[in-house]
Design a protein around this ligand. Structure first.
Ligand SMILES: Nc1ncnc2c1ncn2[C@@H]1O[C@H](COP(=O)(O)OP(=O)(O)OP(=O)(O)O)[C@@H](O)[C@H]1O
Length: 377
């Protein structure tokens, strides 16, 4: 029969750190636990002073300790780890050491780059909703948003209160991704001072940033890492091909011929850099009007023509994986930071995206093509 302090230590230690997604016990964040009669004091050691999750951790530890039978009074004494303790924690979290890309060759994570030929077709909306749908289906999901031309992922995932993206916590050289709707999110938008600054980013800087995100951000074990990358740039495709040779590519287009032509090019570039195109999504499909008729604002058939073009010369044809209708709810959910797959699963767009998530799950585990080893010029 364990003592009261041991029981309280176990209870407090089972609390989950909301950002690192490991228990406080595993993270070495529970310090001394003492008891006097039915009153207990639990020392919690935060990773850094001013840790944004401090309040939640404190109240969760309080609740977990108070739930232990006999305990009547709980004091949570919040302290901060010493530099040595933090170093120990970082090496436990990153047994491979810093500067290691956990999504390189041999990774068990399915890396899915959501791409499009041009902007505004709903690539980011699709990435956010797909991530939320996969997380809801119980998978561990992360998003890496390197779309310098429109880093909208923080807002779409509810991580930009008042229009300003939250800043990730830094633990020495490790970046802890904020969590929105159970998805770990890192975005260029969390690091730039103003949106216009990012537009000037070009190839090498973008490549370095993506590489740094892959090595310095602590995603932990993930089932899926979704990438939201700028539309159609060869530089980024090459970086992805080199750093993420297992990456699979999901091409988003609308029904419009112009959008689908550039989408084919994006798919071809991705394939040239060793990635496998897993399918095409047609977004912004016919809007159902109040009288029941449908208005195909952006035309129809774009996805089929992209899939047909990308299937030429392939052993296995590229499929159209989903058609997502125009949806007021999808757009509103995006504006509110609440993906429609969670907010209103009955919406036809939400159903189509949830089904897309299921199809993607079924299509794995990845049998990604061989990296062709394309080098930057
Ligand atoms: N199916 C849809 N129905 C209604 N609105 C949509 C739909 N898909 C996307 N939108 C809206 O279209 C706009 C553009 O979407 P989004 O930002 O996701 O596009 P994008 O391809 O990522 O563009 P960019 O590359 O410029 O970031 C957003 O306002 C979004 O809410």
């Amino acid at each position: 029969m364990s003592s009261l302090t041991e029981k309280v230590r176990a209870a407090a230690g089972s609390v989950m750190d909301p950002e690192l997604r490991r228990t406080l016990g595993e993270l070495g964040m529970i310090g001394a636990v003492t008891a006097q009669g039915s009153s207990v004091t639990v020392v919690v050691k935060l990773t850094i002073a001013g840790c944004p999750a401090a309040q939640k951790i404190e109240s969760d530890v309080h609740a977990a300790s108070a739930a232990v039978s006999v305990v009547e009074q709980v004091t949570v004494d919040v302290q901060v780890m010493t530099a040595e303790e933090r170093t120990e924690l970082l090496s436990a979290l990153r047994p491979e050491g810093p500067k290691h890309n956990p999504f390189g060759p041999g990774t068990l994570t399915r890396v899915i780059a959501v791409t499009s030929g041009k902007g505004g077709v709903g690539k980011s909306t699709m990435t956010a909703n797909l991530a939320a749908a996969l997380a809801q289906q119980g998978y561990r999901v992360g998003i890496l948003d390197a779309d310098v031309y429109g880093f909208s992922i923080p807002a779409l995932m509810g991580l930009a209160p008042g229009g300003v993206a939250v800043k990730p916590t830094r633990l020495d050289d490790m970046i802890v991704p904020p969590v929105g709707h159970n998805v770990k999110v890192i975005s260029i938008g969390m690091f730039v001072e103003n949106a216009n600054a990012a537009v000037a980013w070009r190839g090498p800087m973008l490549q370095r940033t993506i590489t740094q995100f892959l090595t310095d951000v602590y995603f932990g074990d993930l089932d899926f890492l979704l990438l939201d990358l700028p539309p159609g740039t060869g530089d980024v495709a090459i970086t992805v091909g080199q750093q993420l040779p297992n990456a699979e590519v999901l091409v988003v287009t609308t029904g419009q011929a112009a959008a689908s032509e550039v989408a084919v090019r994006a798919g071809v570039v991705a394939r040239q850099t060793g990635q496998r195109v897993i399918g095409v999504v047609e977004n912004m499909g016919p809007l159902v009007l109040p009288d029941g008729s449908a208005l195909a604002l952006f035309g129809e058939g774009g996805a089929e023509s992209v899939a047909t073009a990308l299937s030429i010369g392939q052993d296995k044809p590229v499929d159209v994986l989903a058609k997502i209708p125009l949806s007021l709810g999808l757009r509103e959910g995006g504006d509110e930071g609440m993906p429609i797959v969670l907010a209103n699963p009955a919406d036809p767009a939400a159903q189509a995206i949830t089904e897309l998530a299921r199809r993607i799950v079924q299509s794995g585990p990845s049998r990604a093509g061989v990296n062709l080893g394309v080098s930057p010029r």
